[in-house]
Design a protein around this ligand. Structure first.
Ligand SMILES: Nc1ncnc2c1ncn2[C@@H]1O[C@H](COP(=O)(O)OP(=O)(O)OP(=O)(O)O)[C@@H](O)[C@H]1O
Length: 606
């Protein structure tokens, strides 16, 4: 039923517009809104979803408009062929500009977009060939056969049709594999990278996508107005487009349409009233600028969230789909999977990890323990490619890795969890786990936009569902991940790591925050994984938990590997006792307070 709402709404607006009920002024206004909605839609994806604030989107509208103006006026090309050229030229420029821009972070990113927004404005205004500040006029109307689309109402059918199609494509893109990767970047890049996402690549994809939507808007604008000049493509227009996206609801598709409608209607009203109050001048620009700053500070969710509420979890046709995903071949038990050889990491003057050497074999659980600050997390980060070793090697299946990055480790089959859960709070629990299966899918942005990824998405969904069942989280599968307790978040991280189909999982304090029954379930799951041939490397501060599970323990202290062996050996190792307790074992035996009962710690367990 829900799927018919949009086409029906689209047809209603269309029928209303062409019926003669609306004045030609109103029809022209709706045309403007539809064209601006296209640009705002791109910004919804770029800014709202991808977290890249852009003030320069009007420049891409200009590129699209000028490309079609030059090709149709100067070279007599068909406007329809010029549409393809506008998209390609703008997309190409976006690719070049984006390659630099998307790597900027913090306030440098919006500053960068302002810089190229201004540059393009002056470029349009200074090139003789583009008509300088007078621009290009005499742009031909769009034609269908011999019929020229010159009527406002006819044009509206086209703009609404284009907008409707763009909405469908954008929705498809966002709900697919690439869209999920983009959405996952809102809460930081660590988790996404650990599951094979290349943040700058997916950011570049949405940057180019948003620019292409702007180019189509520019093309529609040029053939609607029949002339172009630099004015509508400057930084003022860029700020207005951004305001539309933020006001309507950055991140929400219909927020773009709502925002565009509100800003254009408001501008229309302000332009009629303000000159009476303040005299001639573009005072609405000041009001829009102030509104944008206030919105960015106080109500960045926008109005659509207030009207439509929280975004529903993406629904799938079946709760579990068909689990047909292929799995990696499991190496024989005790095959050395991950091996650290003489790893050293120096931070400034501090040696955080010094000559650490151990291996994690298939079908074994290895515990990495040590007091606070011993170097466990640093070792984890070295093993997963987050940090680069100062010296030493990380090997996988006996081969020293030349380049190690989180994405490469994920590709090899290393799944991980984080000491502080790195969860996408706005995404549903099941979508968080689907991110773990990112590398098990292949569909790119174009396939997703055209809806050709549904089969694959069902498989990824089925994988995620299975992992939620394994971790006992299927009841909260559709809840936003931000509503889970700490214990559930830890289990969610385990489920996400398993969705990768890992040969080895690295778990950083998986039992912290879990209740006794949850710990028991987790222990059962880890034993099951060991049985299946998966290797587990676990940092854990719950000594009972880790000692009861680990086949082998490595103990670090001040970055040095001070002991290794089985639980019994470690429990009675004097160097370990000394590291934890700061004194000879006998001293503590005498008062009955041994470290692994959880009492008296020198620097705390972790
Ligand atoms: N990025 C960094 N820059 C500088 N020093 C760091 C950095 N990361 C870790 N350290 C230092 O390296 C040492 C080892 O830290 P690490 O976090 O690896 O220990 P840990 O055993 O995981 O401790 P905890 O159990 O408290 O998490 C500490 O002294 C820490 O302050």
């Amino acid at each position: 039923m829900k799927r018919f709402v949009e086409p029906v709404a689209f047809l209603l607006v269309l029928a209303l517009a062409v019926s003669g009920v609306l004045s030609s002024f109103t029809v022209a206004l709706i045309n403007d809104i539809a064209i601006a909605s296209l640009v705002a839609l791109g910004l919804v994806v770029l800014t709202g979803v991808g977290g890249m604030t852009s003030f320069g989107q009007a420049a891409f509208v200009g590129l699209g408009a000028y490309t079609t103006a030059v090709l149709t006026v100067r070279y007599g090309l068909s406007p329809w062929l010029a549409l393809a050229a506008s998209i390609v030229v703008t997309g190409g420029c976006a690719l070049l500009i984006g390659a630099v821009t998307v790597r900027l972070s913090g306030h440098y990113l919006p500053l960068g977009t302002i810089a190229w927004g201004i540059s393009f404005y002056y470029l349009f205004g200074n090139i003789e060939w583009l008509g300088r500040h007078d621009g290009i006029s005499g742009i031909p109307p769009l034609t269908l056969g011999n019929h020229a689309i010159t009527g406002q109402k006819e044009y509206l059918i086209l703009t609404l049709g284009v907008l409707f199609t763009a909405i469908l494509l954008t929705r498809n893109l966002l709900r697919g594999r690439v869209g999920r990767a983009v959405r996952s970047l809102r809460d930081g890049t660590h988790a996404a990278e650990a599951f094979g996402v290349h943040p700058s690549t997916v950011k570049l994809i949405v940057f180019v996508f948003a620019a292409m939507l702007a180019a189509i808007a520019g093309w529609l604008y040029a053939h609607f107005q029949r002339s172009v000049s630099p004015g509508p493509f400057g930084i003022t227009a860029g700020t207005e487009y951004l305001l539309m996206a933020v006001l309507g609801g950055a991140g929400r598709i219909y927020g773009a349409v709502l925002g565009a409608a509100l800003v254009i209607l408001l501008r229309d009203q302000l332009q009629s009233w303000l000159p009476h109050l303040l005299g001639a001048g573009n005072y609405e620009t000041i009001i829009f600028g102030a509104a944008l700053v206030l919105l960015l500070r106080g109500a960045s969710d926008g109005l659509w969230a207030k009207i439509a509420g929280r975004e529903a979890a993406i629904a799938f046709d079946s709760a579990s789909g068909v689990l047909t995903a292929s799995r990696k071949e499991r190496p024989a038990k005790d095959t050395k999977l991950l091996e650290l050889r003489h790893l050293k990491k120096v931070f400034g003057g501090l040696i955080a990890v010094n000559d650490v050497t151990f291996a994690v074999p298939a079908g074994r659980i290895v515990g990495l323990i040590g007091p606070n600050g011993a170097g466990k997390s640093t070792t984890f980060n070295l093993a997963t490619g987050v940090l680069t070793p100062t010296s030493g090697e990380v090997c996988f299946c006996d081969e020293a890795l030349k380049t190690i990055s989180p994405q490469e480790m994920a590709r090899l089959g290393v799944g991980r969890s984080f000491q502080h859960p790195e969860i996408m709070t706005d995404m549903s629990v099941v979508e968080n786990v689907m991110l773990g299966a990112h590398l098990r899918g292949h569909a790119g942005a174009v396939k997703a936009m055209l809806g050709l990824d549904r089969k694959e998405e069902l498989v990824l969904h089925a994988i995620a569902w299975r992992m939620l069942q394994r971790t006992g989280l299927e009841k909260v599968a559709l809840s936003p991940a931000g509503t889970l307790s700490l214990g559930q978040l830890r289990l969610l991280e385990v489920a996400r790591a398993l969705a990768l189909d890992p040969l080895i999982v690295l778990l950083d304090e998986p039992a912290a925050g879990l209740r006794v029954c949850e710990k028991r379930e987790l222990a059962r799951l880890l034993r099951e994984l060991r049985q299946e041939g998966v290797a587990v490397l676990m940092v854990e501060h719950d000594m009972d938990f880790v000692m009861s599970l680990a086949d082998h323990l490595i103990v670090l202290d001040f970055g040095n590997q001070i002991a290794e062996g089985d639980a019994n050996g470690i429990r009675s190792n004097p160097r370990v006792l000394d590291a934890y307790l700061g004194g000879p074992r006998e001293q503590f035996l005498a008062i009955g307070k041994l470290p692994f009962g959880g009492l008296r710690i020198r620097r705390g367990f972790a």
